[in-house]
Design a protein around this ligand. Structure first.
Ligand SMILES: [Cu+2]
Length: 264
């Protein structure tokens, strides 16, 4: 009996060990290109490991049961009738409840660290005091200090994104931003609900008609990344894409100066 318990303990430890190894060594996500990305990926790793433990454990139980409890030659009838097992039921209620509670609290902490719990209605891009920001991601808690926000206004419509640079008084179909600088976007929709999503930044925010939303982020890697509309918004929703180009500050400055309206 002791021997059986010992091998079960070894097997469970092995499953947990393998799951942790895969969780830390296999990366299913795109590259991390904003300061929010590593925070988000922490949570993903934990959920991935929990998923792996359950997947490997359940697969092994199913395979084991297929052989152990298969019908043997000469066996007839419907099998044994079983009803209830209080000990087992308590175990499979209590353990998942604890896991869900921990994951819930941890998710709250991650969302808070990404800026999701911060005050939105004191935003510098608001045009008047009566204007209300309905939702969004505010500044991340590990923000870079001493740098002024780069403010951009985003308009979404079927089926495109437009980026207005108020300081340069121009509108672009491509979002250009300098690397390692705080970007603050105020977003509004002209028609239906859209969503601004950049997988490499691990951020997504709905864009709602009549209810402005805010999205703050800091890109950390130079490159070109896709902006994808992540809310089914009509027949050409799948084609509603744009690009975000993260550049060295000097390249961004050149692009900005080429596009800005020169004051006469
Ligand atoms: Cu859309």
């Amino acid at each position: 009996m002791l021997n059986k318990n010992y091998s079960l303990f070894l097997l469970i430890s092995a499953i947990i060990g393998i799951s942790f190894w895969i969780g830390f060594n296999v990366n299913l996500l795109p590259q991390e290109a904003s300061i929010n990305a590593p925070i988000y990926d922490e949570l993903f790793k934990i959920l991935f490991i929990i998923g792996l433990i359950l997947f490997i454990g359940m697969s092994l139980i199913i395979i084991y049961s297929l052989f152990k409890f298969r019908r043997t030659n000469g066996q007839t009838g419907d099998g044994i009738y079983l009803e209830g097992n209080l000990k087992l039921e308590i175990i499979w209620t209590v353990i998942p409840s604890i896991i869900v509670l921990i994951v819930g609290l941890y998710s709250y902490d991650i969302y808070d660290r990404m800026g999701g719990m911060k005050e939105l209605n004191n935003h510098e891009m608001m045009h008047s005091d009566s204007e209300k920001i309905w939702a969004g991601i505010s500044e991340s808690s590990n923000e870079l200090s001493g740098i002024e926000n780069l403010n951009i206004e985003v308009s979404a419509m079927q089926f495109a994104f437009l980026f207005n640079y108020p300081k340069g008084e121009f509108i672009s179909g491509e979002l250009h931003v300098p690397v390692n600088e705080k970007i603050s976007m105020k977003m509004e929709s002209k028609d239906v609900i859209h969503a601004f999503w950049v997988p490499e930044f691990r951020i997504k925010q709905d864009i709602i008609p009549g209810q402005p939303t805010i999205l703050n982020f800091t890109p950390t890697k130079v490159g070109k990344y896709p902006i994808i509309c992540a809310e089914l918004c009509g027949p050409y929703h799948g084609g509603m894409r744009a690009s975000i180009i993260v550049e060295e500050p000097s390249d961004y400055e050149n692009w900005f100066n080429q596009n800005k309206k020169t004051k006469v």
